[in-house]
Design a protein around this ligand. Sequence first.
Ligand SMILES: Nc1ncnc2c1ncn2[C@@H]1O[C@H](COP(=O)(O)OP(=O)(O)OP(=O)(O)O)[C@@H](O)[C@H]1O
Length: 320
Amino acid sequence: MTIHSPKPDSKSDATASRASAVARRASGIHVILNESAGTAKAVGSLLEDWSRNGLVTFHRPDTAEAAVAMSRRAADAGADVVVAAGGDGTVNCVVQGLLAAKRSCPLGVLPLGTGNDFCRNAGIPLDPAAALDLIQIRVAKPVDVIRVSTESECFHYINMATAGNTGLYADLVTDDMKKFWGPMVYLRGAVDVLSNLKTYRVQLQFDDESPDTYDVLNLFFANGCVTGGGMTIAPDAQLDNGYIDVVVVLDCSPVDIAALATQYALSDYRSNPNILFRRVQSVAVRSSPPLAISADGDILTDQPTRFSVLPGMLQVIVGA
Ligand SMILES: Nc1ncnc2c1ncn2[C@@H]1O[C@H](COP(=O)(O)OP(=O)(O)OP(=O)(O)O)[C@@H](O)[C@H]1O
């Protein structure tokens, strides 16, 4: 008996292979590239190679809002990983997009920014090629997300928010300065801020405690411990412990500030009386004058705000 195999249908084969190519593109590694981030241009040819070799699919938004929308769409379309290629601002854009998506999808990060503080906290290699190797292994872990809510708006971040005198950074540290100073820009910004310190009268309510009022130079709401291009501000903060580490720098004299800076340089400032450390699940903040609150360099709000932790809310490809 002769068995006849069906005649190959070249048209339907072509359609099937096109469909599988589209499916491959919809899944896989989707990179949201912020071409204006610190070192994105410097690694341009490496990125072109990855794209040509089919290792990644690139999206090139030209605004932060477009980066949020493209991240959400890539996740909803079936991406295996959506990668923020840029600095901490880009990471936050992709986080907003992934949290708004209907389908859960892990975050990866290619560190192409100036400070890359989230990568430092998450053990992600600062060398982009090594970071891509890590992403390709695709082992994600749950990481906490911090929700910042005002009466009218809501934002999320995964590294650190600051408020007070460092909140002035975002105005002072321009993109041109970042290009000129590189990672040193954060130190340069600190010098400008230190010469012009403001005091804020701030009411803080930690968890369900009754509110207390403090005179404050600065506040940090930390998920990760490092900010400002590698400065350890909240030494005990962990990305996945279900808590926000709040660090309050109380108003004090220039001599006390100098003592604090020296202790900081010696990594010995936990016992300084002008610093208050609290580990909480939520904190409500009101201030006079209004505090500019920024997350990783981008100003979020100057309204009364509540920070709350969303434990393990996002899967993230982190390093060792
Ligand atoms: N696709 C985009 N196009 C233009 N701007 C973007 C895009 N995505 C994000 N941004 C904004 O660009 C600014 C700088 O980006 P980002 O923070 O990623 O780089 P960086 O400042 O060099 O690095 P870092 O914050 O780690 O120091 C941020 O304000 C961010 O919101």
